[in-house]
Ligand binder design. Structure first.
Ligand SMILES: *Cc1c(COP(=O)(O)O)cnc(C)c1O
Length: 396
């Protein structure tokens, strides 16, 4: 048998690439979309509202507003919190760029917060030192699907009269102290991109208990126009008024029907993700070259990602090598994320290297393993087998 690594010309552990994430579309999902195609509505119709009701139910919120993407939802959240020029918004360094971009869309200034070295979540103990008289909002990101320490964050935000927004794009279906993600901050933001828990193609939502904010967001997604299609239908008045500058951030009925159908499988799919995470956890528990990210006891992790860290003391072995070696074995590993301010665009805005040292160091050592609900047991075994195969070389 050829024991050489695939990167050295040996046979890979499998013939086809297992991706890091993948949507799970079944016949019911397909039927739901086809039904809409045969109906009177393609864009905003009854399915949008049905989807919103289902989002509120699953997020534990009074209101939810569906929009065209998670990024649009973040933009709408910054708008609803009145972020504008001169305002600062605290964002963790390790997140998808869209979290910080949304602040800039509104003319605000992102201020990057370092992460906790164990959980890789925004570190409440470092938050206070970043707050100024211009701080308007803190955005907490439930990185990988682990809810942040919302009680600690809320306490600090309340003391300074700052709003708390949750970027919960990774954590739909997760919980914090038994409470649902989506009900833990002033506004919570979700994405329905295919790699996330619920796929609508493209799509997103903001959930909240604040009725005024929900109405502002509903108007923002439709050009800033006050009335929605229901109000216009029951009114004989042909007039509508644009009250503010909005966008076309609407979600279609086609997308909503898919999202609604997918949402029915949410709990089941989160349970599958947790099971896979459990298998990974025990498989790697005696590999001292790999350390899992700490999961706090008070949370129900939603496992959008399963992230491992390489022990940096193993100097002969770096993340980029592991990444290439695993890809050669046909394991679709990925890296989430480069600290946002290290992207060239943010560097040009003047953010300097070194502002979040833990995030920068952590970034060098993290790797996301394949994680999606309909992963076969054999896929999971292949990932584990490949990790052992590649790391074995370095114990020799
Ligand atoms: C996916 C994601 C977004 C953006 O969502 P889209 O629907 O792709 O626009 C924002 N923040 C985080 C943390 C994400 O993972």
């Amino acid at each position: 048998m050829d024991n050489r690594l695939a990167i050295d010309g040996g046979d890979p552990v499998r013939d086809t690439m297992v991706p890091y994430g993948k949507q799970n579309i079944d016949d019911r999902d397909i039927e739901a979309v086809v039904e809409v195609l045969k109906s009177d509505w393609l864009t905003t119709g009854p399915k949008v509202e049905e989807f919103e009701t289902s989002i509120s139910l699953n997020a534990g919120s009074n209101y939810s507003v569906a929009v065209s993407s998670g990024t649009a939802a973040l933009h709408a959240a910054m708008f609803a919190m009145d972020v504008g020029p001169g305002d600062e918004v605290v964002v963790p360094a390790i997140t998808f760029a869209a979290t910080a971009n949304a602040v800039i869309y509104q003319g605000g200034t992102p201020v990057f917060a370092d992460v906790d070295p164990n959980t890789l979540l925004i570190d409440p103990s470092k938050l206070e030192s970043l707050l100024t008289s211009r701080t308007k909002v803190v955005i907490a990101v439930d990185y990988a699907g682990q809810p942040c320490d919302y009680d600690a964050l809320k306490l600090i935000c309340d003391r300074h009269e700052i709003k708390l927004v949750a970027d919960a794009c990774h954590s739909l279906g997760g919980t914090y102290k038994g409470r649902k993600v989506g009900s833990l901050a002033d506004l919570s933001v979700f994405s329905f991109h295919p790699v996330k828990h619920v796929a609508s193609g493209e799509g997103g939502a903001v959930t909240t208990n604040d009725e005024i904010a929900a109405k502002k967001i509903a108007s923002f997604r439709n050009h800033g126009i006050q009335t929605d299609h229901h109000e216009r239908k029951i009114s004989v008045d042909y007039k509508y008024e644009m009250l503010r500058l909005g966008y076309n951030y609407r979600l279609s009925d086609i997308q909503s029907a898919l999202g609604l159908s997918q949402m029915r499988k949410l709990l089941e799919s989160v349970a599958c993700r947790r099971e896979i995470a459990g298998v990974y956890d025990s498989a790697f528990s005696n590999l001292d070259i790999i350390s899992p990210v700490t999961v706090e006891r008070k949370v129900g992790h939603a496992y959008h990602l399963y992230v491992i860290r390489l022990e940096s003391s193993y100097l002969r072995f770096d993340r980029d090598y592991l990444f290439r070696a695993l890809r050669a074995e046909n394991i679709g590993v990925n890296v989430h994320y480069l600290p946002v301010y290290l992207h060239p665009y943010y560097q040009r805005l003047g953010y300097v290297k070194g502002i979040c040292p833990i995030a920068e160091e952590t970034y060098q050592n993290i790797l996301s393993l394949p994680m999606f609900p309909n992963m076969e047991n054999s896929d999971v075994e292949d990932v584990i087998g490949a990790i052992y195969k590649v790391t074995d070389k370095f114990y020799a």
